[in-house]
Design a protein around this ligand. Structure first.
Ligand SMILES: Cc1cc2nc3c(=O)[nH]c(=O)nc-3n(C[C@H](O)[C@H](O)[C@H](O)COP(=O)(O)O)c2cc1C
Length: 195
């Protein structure tokens, strides 16, 4: 399904094509080379002082890590994310030998967007989720105290929206919306549009 971003100027095709589908093919596969490329893309993200705070637990369909990440999802996300070929748990390392890592969550966000855009380049789809049990993640993966679980990312192949329950199918087919540019880019003073 094409839900390309509408914009006033042409965007890079990978950025325009990225969106967060819930309709995933339950038998769709993600090759090991592609999966490795996703994590390499994350590895090469910028970070404050090159502190590289992003870490990922990688669950492949059928393995124990996948099952444990899936179990952490909230009920709504469980209705669709089990069709993903790969589930990742994105975490921030918040402390290094120099103390608190500055902007650690920002760094994980940058790494994860790199990862998601690489997924689009690989012909895959990716959907990030904040709806999961973070305390459960700490326990089930024995995360150190200075590691903060931030998001689960479902990776897979596009599937049929008809397989989704009705409210989710409607969301899947609805147009994507964004604030207009004049509400997000300002110049001179807060609120004065830059464009
Ligand atoms: C940090 C974060 C948390 C999110 N949590 C969820 C979630 O728990 N469940 C879900 O279905 N989508 C979740 N999303 C997806 C957003 O709803 C989606 O990115 C947003 O509506 C914009 O749509 P688009 O990605 O298709 O452009 C999350 C996205 C981000 C970045």
């Amino acid at each position: 399904m094409d839900k390309s971003a509408e914009s006033s100027v042409e965007l890079h095709p990978i950025i325009a094509a990225r969106w967060s589908p819930r309709a995933l093919d339950p038998s769709g596969e993600v090759g090991e080379r592609s999966l490795r490329a996703l994590l390499e893309a994350a590895r090469w993200a910028p970070s404050d002082g090159n502190t590289q705070p992003a870490r990922y637990l990688v669950g492949r369909r059928g393995d124990d890590t996948y099952a444990r990440i899936f179990d952490l999802l909230n009920r709504g996300n469980k209705t669709w994310a089990g069709a993903a070929a790969v589930l990742l748990l994105a975490c921030a390392v918040t402390v290094n030998e120099k103390g608190t890592i500055p902007h650690a969550e920002y760094g994980v966000g940058l790494a994860s967007e790199n990862l998601v855009l690489q997924a689009v380049a690989e012909g895959l789809v990716a959907h990030q989720m904040g709806g999961f049990n973070t305390e459960g993640a700490r326990l089930v993966f024995a995360l150190p105290d200075d590691v903060r679980p931030l998001a689960v990312i479902a990776i897979g192949r596009p599937g049929s929206p008809d397989a989704l329950p009705d409210p989710l199918k409607a969301k899947e087919l609805a147009p994507r919306r964004r604030l207009p540019l004049n509400q997000i880019a300002f110049t001179g003073e807060w609120g004065r549009p830059a464009f």
